[in-house]
Structures are given as structure tokens and as C-alpha cells.
Design a protein around this ligand. Sequence first.
Ligand code: CMC
Length: 432
Amino acid sequence: MSDTAKRSAKLTIDDQSIDLPIYSPTAGPDVLDIRKLYSQAGVFTYDPGFTSTASCDSTITFIDGIKGELLHRGYPIDQLAENSHYLEVCYLLMYGELPTAAELEDFEFRVTHHTMVHEQMMNFFRGFRRDAHPMAIMTGVIGAMSAFYPDSTDVNDPWQREVASIRMIAKMPTIAAMAYKYTIGQPFVYPRNDLDYASNFLSMCFAVPCEDYEVNPVLARAMDRIFTLHADHEQNASTSTVRLASSSGANPFACIAAGVACLWGPAHGGANQACLEMLQEIGTVDRIPEFIARAKDKDDPFRLMGFGHRVYKNFDPRAKVMKQSADEVLELLGVDNNPILQVAKELEKAALADPYFAEKKLFPNVDFYSGIILEAMGFPTSMFTPIFALSRTVGWVSQWKEMIADPQNKIGRPRQLYLGETSRNYTDIETR
Ligand code: CMC
């Protein structure tokens, strides 16, 4: 980022004044540069949850939460979801431009030919309990990739960074599918190079060695859309975790494992599982008013999972596309009489019509609809977050690569507002 700011803001503390440079981004609000604040004024800023803090500069993804706009390298997400497909979006995120036909073919070839995992990783899986959550397995296995692929862990070597990136995008579906197969006691299904990325994932999850498995193209398209719509989302919690972990120079597999762990939480990627579990708990349409009342009750910690967003305050552009996919999949599978999906449809209507949700700008987010599609496809709820993780891998990888190549990169080290005891003398145990 250029250090030449055209404007500045004056901050006055007691009788001291300092100038803070103001930068204008290509889109979004101006940004105050407070890097010299402590050295010049001796104060820190206080911003729990980073609601007002830009932690880096980036050229990858831009969100306008008021307009409901999500751009990847400038391209609107709805155009990408409609006209593109996941691996093309991966290329765009990683390299900054849409690929030519030859570039795309080469990229798809490289990803496809890295989808197998080291055979010894099977033994690693077998060390887990069969009832382990697939996210628990993924966190462990992805961290362990640095043990299986030590030849791509040197973050200072651009070639190794590229190999590690391709390996992660290629192997994440294989690892997620293996985690699933392991927990249901079925044999692992090897990747198939004749299938596209989404079809291959469906095959690794739902095929069994004793019979042929044909991928339904409508389901493959819906799967690809789920991947595309989750590919990147600016400096969200898991991406910031990956950046913070990698700021120490840690290897890429360890950093992505940290991102997977962060994503698991119910306020982030765990929301799709939490949402479906909430729909199951509601159970029948007549109980919806009771749960809406609970979500509005200040003394009840219950929230409508799959509703609301930190950044989008009018609508989630991903949810619009996902809803369309949900309608297509439900029609294809003819599962209109599924009670959970009926609860979902009625809950959506009831919440959108309720003034509490309208006033607080709470509307269904991407994970409300993705959960419905995945449920209809036959995935257990425990697989919802692993699917989010595999989709987001390209975002983590792209942001990680951008950060490592940035000459301004330095170890992340937030400050604090300390409210504990001041210095005091140790007392012997008998005198306490
Ligand atoms: N149900 C009921 N009330 C809600 C909800 C909800 N889902 N979300 C926010 N509110 C209320 C909240 O109680 C608060 O009310 P008040 O101002 O009276 O205290 C107000 O809305 C603002 O909430 P907040 O927690 O300050 O908002 P936030 O921007 O920090 O939280 C959120 C965003 C996504 C964590 C939150 O909306 C939430 O917990 N939603 C449910 C979990 C969910 O679906 N997460 C997935 C997000 S999309 C996938 C991803 O990007 O990871």
C-alpha cells in the first residue's frame, strides 16, 4: 500500500495533536492509518471484534454490506454463480484474472492430478473414533498434511507456496469425503479424474465399491454453486485466523488447519449445522411462533440460526442465489413433504414478516439455504461445515498467498485494554 495519503485527520488528546493519514480505497469507506499512533501519542485503539479495524490491504474480495454486494476481483458473485463454476472462480481468486481457455485447462489438470492423498494418511484416519465429528477429523488431518507433504512447507519459496495451494484445493474434498466415509464405516472412495470437481466430491461421498454411481447433473451443479458461493468472504473470522497464524511464518497446512478450527464455531461456518439442528428441534410448523418468540426474548440466549450477518445489513447476495438452487434441488428430489424442509419454508416466511427481524435487518443468510440443499441431497448435518471448509479453502489460500507476498507483512500482535491487578508482591501460601 502506498504511504502517500492525500488527506489526514487531526487527533487531539489533552494538549497534544497528531495527524493521522487517511487512505481512499478503490471501493468502501476511507481508512485512518493509526500505525504510528502509539509511538506518537502513547495510546492504543480499542475495538473488540474488529468492527472498525482494517487489518490488512487486499485486492481479492470486496463486500458492500449495505448494498448487499459481494465482488471477487471486481466480478459480482451472482454473475459468477450464474455463468462460471467453482474451479474458474478459484483461478480468479488465486491469480487475479479470469483464465483463458488454455489457462483454465492447465489449472483444472493440476488440481485434478493432486486429488489423491498420500496412502499412509489412511492409517492416520483410522486413529480417530468412528463417532468423531468430521470437522474434528479435518482439523487434525489438515494440520498433519505438513507431515505428509514437507516438500511444500517453505513459505519463502514461491514454487512451494504454489504447490501447497494446489494441494490444498485438490485434496480438501478427498479429506472431507474420507472423514465422512470413516464416520459411517464405509470404505474410502478414491477420486476419479474423469469427473469435474463437484461431481468427484459427490462420488467420493456417495459411491460404494460394490456398484456403479451416476452423478445427477442437477445435484452436481447445486454442489458446485455451494462451493462457489462460499469461496471467499474478505477478512472474516477464519480468514483472519489464517492470516494471523501465518504472520508468524508457520507452514501453510498448519495455518489452514487453524482456519478450519475457527470456521467450526456456530457463529461462523458451524451455523449451517446449527440451523438444521434448530429446524429439527422446532420439528413441526405449529411450533414456529414459540421459537420466534424465544429469538426475540432478550433473556433467552436462543438465536435463529441461519439469520443475520455481521456485514450484510440488507440482504446476503449469496443467499439469493442459494435460494434459487434450493428450489431447483427440492423440485428435482420431490422432497416437498420432508417435515424439516416444510419448517424451513414456513420459518423463513414468518421471520421475514416479523417487525423485530425487519427492524434489526435480520434475514436468512447463505447458510440457511445451503443447509436445506445439503439435507435434501442426503448429507448428514455433521458434513455441512466440512463442505463449507472445503469451499473456503481457496479463499484462505489466496489471502495467505497475498499476505506472504506483501512486503509489509509482519507478525500480528494485537494490544489490549488491561483491567487486571497492577503489580503486587508474591505472598507465601501460609499467609494467604
Ligand atoms: N436471531 C435473533 N436475534 C438476532 C440474530 C438472530 N440470528 N442475530 C442478531 N440478532 C439480534 C441480536 O440479539 C442483537 O439485538 P440487540 O441489538 O437488541 O442486542 C442484534 O440483532 C445485533 O446482533 P449482533 O450479535 O450485535 O450482530 P453481529 O453482527 O455481531 O452478529 C451474527 C452477526 C451472524 C453472529 C448473528 O447475526 C448471529 O449470531 N446469527 C446466527 C448465526 C449465523 O447464522 N451465522 C452465520 C453467518 S453467515 C456464514 C458466515 O459468513 O460464516
